[in-house]
Design a protein around this ligand. Structure first.
Ligand SMILES: Cc1cc2nc3c(=O)[nH]c(=O)nc-3n(C[C@H](O)[C@H](O)[C@H](O)COP(=O)(O)OP(=O)(O)OC[C@H]3O[C@@H](n4cnc5c(N)ncnc54)[C@H](O)[C@@H]3O)c2cc1C
Ligand code: FES
Length: 296
């Protein structure tokens, strides 16, 4: 078996892939809430992906990737037996986890998978775990069965109402808070920054329920040196890669993350994906093409 080899790859809903990789050094140390930096090939950028599972005995780690731009599209083309160029981790601080009482664990997009190890650990710590999973429609909902094994309740929510509640995580949360059926002691949220900022605003207004969000900032080196993942937090500068990625959501300057930090490279991201031509149907072909371009 070669280093960073894909042992198993599964597309369980369109554009979402679960990959199992052999990396014993990371599997031995991983904790819920941590992430890895992955390079597909020697020309790729490093992208952060959350560890969703690991097996210390077998030395394997798992992550779920949502196909979005160039790097994640390259991953979508990889097959079992292919190897990544590099994987570094585990990085970041583990999530803040203890026996809080009743905890709502919520995730949308890639965050559905990313919340799984957090829900699992919170359940082990004796919490009453309510999981909310959000997707655009029923075809994009995933991990429902897995969450049932680590949650006391699983609530599904789809934007179009095709399965579960209609709306978004914050709509479900608002209803839960207002109905006062159960006191919520702590909330975790992972997904796109806009959704997390709305959850944060809601829970701040509705009695400042402790809410922790995993920020999705651009990361480059993952060591706190390059500054690309910086955010303003409680009036101070923090680096998501070393101080986070999970933070008290009520202290985050969401406007800065959404409108300034994460829009810096949009034109480059769009261009690089356009150059990843559709006829290039495998990673091998892509790499060959890149090398030809380099030498021509
Ligand atoms: C701590 C953390 C954990 C994450 N975990 C997961 C995960 O488990 N699964 C998953 O599918 N996605 C995860 N992401 C998001 C993932 O890193 C981006 O979707 C990915 O980098 C996109 O790269 P791309 O080349 O495919 O797309 P691009 O077209 O390059 O980018 C698409 C969007 O992704 C974001 N992005 C791009 N480059 C980076 C970067 N280097 N670092 C962070 N964000 C970037 C930007 O918002 C950008 O607009 C995580 C992000 C962070 C910060
Ligand atoms: S990724 Fe460079 S400082 Fe965080």
């Amino acid at each position: 078996m070669s280093k960073f080899e894909i042992l198993k790859k599964e597309e369980f809903v369109p554009n979402f892939y679960k990959l199992d990789i052999s990396v014993p050094t990371i599997a031995r140390k991983a904790k819920a809430g941590q992430f890895i930096l992955v390079m597909v090939d020697e020309r790729s950028e490093k992208i952060p992906l959350t560890l969703i599972d690991w097996d210390k005995e077998k030395g394997t780690i798992s992550f779920i990737v949502q196909e979005l731009g160039l790097s994640t599209s390259k991953m979508a083309f990889m097959e079992e037996g292919d190897s990544f160029y590099s994987i570094v981790g585990p990085l970041g601080e583990p999530a803040y986890l203890e026996n809080f009482g009743t905890v709502v664990v919520s995730g949308g997009c890639y965050g559905v998978g990313a919340t799984y190890p957090i829900a699992k650990r919170l359940k082990e710590l004796g919490n009453h775990v309510i999981t909310i999973i959000e997707a655009k429609n029923e075809n994009l909902l995933y991990y429902e069965e897995e969450f049932k094994t680590v949650s006391d309740e699983v609530i599904l929510v789809t934007t179009d109402g095709s399965k579960g509640e209609r709306g978004h995580i914050y709509d479900v949360l608002e209803h839960m808070i207002e109905s006062q059926q159960r006191k919520i002691d702590h909330i975790k949220v992972i997904g796109c920054n806009v959704m997390m900022s709305k959850v944060s605003k809601l829970t701040k207004e509705k009695g400042a329920i402790p809410t922790y969000a995993t920020v999705t900032t651009i990361m480059v080196d993952g060591t706190g040196m390059c500054g690309s993942c910086r955010l303003s937090y409680d009036g101070k500068t923090k680096f998501a890669c070393v101080d986070g990625p999970e933070f008290n959501a009520h202290k985050i300057d969401w406007e800065e993350i959404i409108h300034v930090r994460n829009t810096l490279y949009i034109s480059e991201e769009t261009l690089s994906l356009q150059n990843f031509s559709p006829e290039c149907r495998s990673l091998a072909k892509y790499q060959e093409k890149s090398r030809e371009e380099e030498t021509s």
